[in-house]
Design a protein around this ligand. Structure first.
Ligand code: C5P
Length: 283
């Protein structure tokens, strides 16, 4: 039987506003999500039984049984077989983690129309970040992850991603939020050039950044290391932070400098996917 390969790009929340709370305790979000060109790699081979093999620099601690979301993703579409997952991204790190991997499995099994084939409710039941990761292009994500819409083309961004090697538990970060009802993003659309986009972005927030830094001060150190960027901010509930740089060369050079100063940190430079360049939506 033919094996298929899949790529689970890093999900990056350029903004993340916490706008309220649902009766079930989940928080309502308003977030501009983009995807990097670094990510986990998967290979799926049909077999009668489910088997998970995890390798790569961040394999440690990744479950190889039903506790792993990709197992449930395969089951949701009635597929069984061997899934080889090369974990290149830190997990529990604000980059999508298991949701990004589950979405990559669904894309490879159902094609570019995976969102329609499996339906929003099934995707959301797997994980709140699964729907947005099913179509890895810039999107505005609202609700707890079920309201998605495309925005004006987001410029391709040169980012440095920095994870200072601490894990912060998402529920704890939400619990540590001082203010649970913050304004939505104003006019998340309509920028016509990169400068205008960065200007707009600078005026937005990640409401989880302060509580995450309070829980894990190393995140503030990572943000300080990115202080020479156009904008430095945390992604998701952390601990990974991103800095935006004007050119790929600047991002490359900064990543090398930070990695030399902090050999125990995970540091990479990456370019984001521009809107309309859905080159990975089908893989
Ligand atoms: O989506 P994920 O499974 O990572 O969420 C873990 C926990 O984070 C949830 O059980 C909930 O406590 C909290 N959370 C939340 N609001 C969200 C997403 C997560 O309160 N929108």
């Amino acid at each position: 039987m033919m094996a298929v390969e899949a790529f689970a790009p890093a999900k990056i929340n350029l903004t993340l506003h916490v706008t309220g709370r649902r009766p079930d305790g989940y928080h309502l979000l308003d977030s501009l999500v983009v995807f990097g060109d670094v990510g986990d790699r998967l290979r799926l081979t049909p077999e009668p039984e489910m088997v998970l093999d995890v390798t790569g620099p961040f394999a440690a601690g990744v479950p190889v049984d039903r506790r792993n979301l990709i197992w449930h993703a395969a089951e949701a579409v009635g597929w069984t077989g061997r899934i080889e997952l090369e974990k290149r991204l830190p997990h529990g790190a604000g980059l999508g983690g298991g949701s990004a991997d589950a979405a990559a499995v669904l894309r490879s099994l159902c094609g570019a129309d995976a969102a329609k084939v499996i339906g929003l409710d099934t995707a959301l039941a797997l994980g709140a970040d699964v729907p947005v990761c099913l179509t890895p292009i810039p999107q505005r994500m609202q609700g707890i992850g079920e309201r998605l819409r495309l925005v004006s083309p987001v410029p391709v961004l040169n980012l440095v991603l920095v994870n200072p090697g601490v894990q912060v538990a998402t529920p704890e970060v939400f619990r540590a939020l001082a203010q649970r009802e913050n304004p939505e993003m104003p006019h998340c659309d309509g920028w016509t050039c990169e400068a205008q986009f960065i200007n707009w972005l600078t005026r937005q927030r990640n409401d989880l950044e302060q509580p995450a830094c309070d829980l894990a001060p190393a995140i503030r150190v990572a943000l300080d290391a990115l202080s020479g960027s156009l904008l430095a901010r945390m992604s998701g509930s952390g601990a990974t932070c991103f800095g935006i740089y004007e050119t790929p060369a600047q991002a490359h050079e900064t990543a090398s400098e930070i990695a030399a100063r902090h050999p125990d940190w995970w540091v990479v430079h990456t370019q984001t996917e521009g809107a309309g360049q859905a080159r990975r939506a089908t893989t």
